[in-house]
Design a binder for this molecule. Sequence first.
Ligand SMILES: Nc1ncnc2c1ncn2[C@@H]1O[C@H](COP(=O)(O)OP(=O)(O)O)[C@@H](O)[C@H]1O
Ligand SMILES: [Mg+2]
Length: 281
Amino acid sequence: MNIIEGKKISFRYPQGRRQALREVSLTVQEGEFIALLGHNGCGKSTLARHINGILPLQEGSLLVAGMDACGKVDVWKLRRKVGMVFQNPDNQFVSSVVEDDVAFGLENYQVSRDVIPGKVSEALKQVGMEGFEKRMVHSLSGGQKQRAALAGVLALDPDIFIFDEATAMLDPEGRAEVLDQIEALHGRGRTILMITHYVEEAVRADRVILMKDGEAIAAGPPREVLSQGDLLAQTGLLPPQPARVWMELKEQGLVPEDPEDRCPLTEEELAEKLCRSRSGA
Ligand SMILES: Nc1ncnc2c1ncn2[C@@H]1O[C@H](COP(=O)(O)OP(=O)(O)O)[C@@H](O)[C@H]1O
Ligand SMILES: [Mg+2]
């Protein structure tokens, strides 16, 4: 089942000099993990803001979790279906204590007070932050802050999770923490739209949608999209490093032709390929 169905979405900000989105069409299936990849300013956040109803649709059509996002949409209801985790861990907290913050969305949606503490604890447990209820938000690491923000989203049990560059301001450890959470969510069957400008992160997705200047210029499995150096170069991106190493070796004739020719995307895949080519298999 398609949980997101967008057709020819175009958008221009009131003060915008050019269109931020140009006829973007996308479909996302329930349970899919999509990486929305592209350089700064290509329209990723603008598209995300349409999906959760922050921005009104100007042109095109959009269905999200069975709701029609065109015309008169119940924005409040739509936002409950689409949870978002943003880039800056310090900008998304409304309370100084973790449990109050995680509870905030539930209180906003007038969930019964009796069940809130249970939901808060459960959500913190899901992100591996059991026992952090009383901690001060400012005492958390970047990765923990993003996990706490995710707990706030999880508590509302949305149908779609959007991570808008949620790793971009984190150190490598924090980044890994958040990516692990995203993969765990995906493993539990949730639908994920992960916005990123890091090709290495997009490797993990089921499907990559590549954006450039407000347009979705390619979509497909990571191995298909991320191994096309020329395509990525148009958007100012490079294939993941292991893929580049492999292409370079191939170009120099240092590895035998591979009949299946699966371009490696991770260091592990590259190592495996190199071992196989050395052993002559
Ligand atoms: N609030 C705004 N007002 C006017 N223009 C904006 C606004 N937000 C973004 N833009 C412009 O819209 C385009 C797409 O931006 P954005 O969706 O934020 O890209 P991305 O998330 O891929 O970095 C850019 O040209 C950006 O400058
Ligand atoms: Mg953005």
